[in-house]
Design a binder for this molecule. Sequence first.
Ligand code: G3P
Ligand code: MG
Length: 244
Amino acid sequence: MRTQIIAHRGSKGAHPENTLPAFLHAVKVGADGIELDVQLSKDGQLVVIHDETVDRTTNGKGLVSQLALSELKRLDAGSWFNPGYSDTRLPTLKEVFETLTKEVFHGSVNVELKTDRYAYEGIEEKVVELVRSEEWPFDLVFSSFNEATLQRLLEKAPDFSAALLFRRLGEEKTHVGRYPLSAWHPKITWLKRASVPRLNKMPLRVWTVNKEREMKQCFRMSVEAIITDFPEKALEVREKYQMD
Ligand code: G3P
Ligand code: MG
């Protein structure tokens, strides 16, 4: 089985993370999938941004949850990375879906619901509503560090693929059999410590795999997918270590 290459926050290594240029780059280089993070604005819009505040990745300040979409849209979400991206705006999840649809992207989109600090009441419902609003041409996977989010999502949409994000060895065990997860999304450090029998139980999508030797390890183990900041490099490394 070929390990899928999923572009982390778009292509975080070479573009401002979680922005349209990053997602378009992932499509252009041929990534199998795209991972992105979603938070909720003050007026209940699904906004694609990693942090709970806009401070690190825009020229603004404050919590996403305290800013309306119109305020978030005024921010420059690219200059912090490179001045050439000063026109880049924070995208909504719908805008990303529409852009990927225009690009005829048939890979997978991993929507991470960023509810580990704030529960963002109603976020699961809004995600379900958006997903059901159209026939999107790509596959969807939903992940979260927050178990309650995954449970709520599956209650509302039992047909969704939900994956648990975690960091520490043993953390995954507390979730086994309690709700229908389709995959585990462990941190790479977990993979290094986990025993082989445990690895066989669930499809693994490992993050964040940026070093060539870690990519090589994942390819040799034929994990389901790696989530990487450098999809282009990962595709090259895969050519070397996985023939089919
Ligand atoms: O989904 C994998 C990875 O994105 C989880 O960590 O902090 O980059 O969202 P983070
Ligand atoms: Mg993420």
